[in-house]
Design a protein around this ligand. Structure first.
Ligand SMILES: [Zn+2]
Length: 102
């Protein structure tokens, strides 16, 4: 299954969210940090709106963070095996959207 990694491409990322409303998004630091691997549902507001009205576009994938996106959790877990050996690759599941494995 396909996994998309958006780096320096907020427009592409936001477009992906529109096309995959039931997908999953992993928020990563630009330089991979196993302690910051946060799983969200694609529908979560916290990963599709800039936190402050004045914040400049680019905050999702063009500065400190990148987004790994997939249609299924399994495909994301598989992809994350390339980065981390932890059995639970996600350091956190968002408490707002509470992504579940099914
Ligand atoms: Zn969320």
């Amino acid at each position: 299954m396909t996994v998309w990694h958006f780096v320096d491409d907020d427009a592409g990322y936001l477009d992906w969210l529109k096309q995959h409303p039931f997908g999953f998004v992993v928020n990563l630091r630009r330089s991979f940090d196993p302690d910051y691997v946060v799983l969200h549902c694609a529908s979560c507001v916290s990963i599709q709106r800039y936190p402050k009205m004045k914040s400049e576009p680019g905050g999702f994938t063009e500065r400190g963070y990148t987004k790994l996106c997939g249609e299924s959790l399994g495909s994301l877990e598989q992809e994350l095996e390339r980065f981390t050996t932890r059995p639970e690759p996600f350091s956190k599941r968002c408490s707002l959207c509470m992504p579940k494995s099914e």
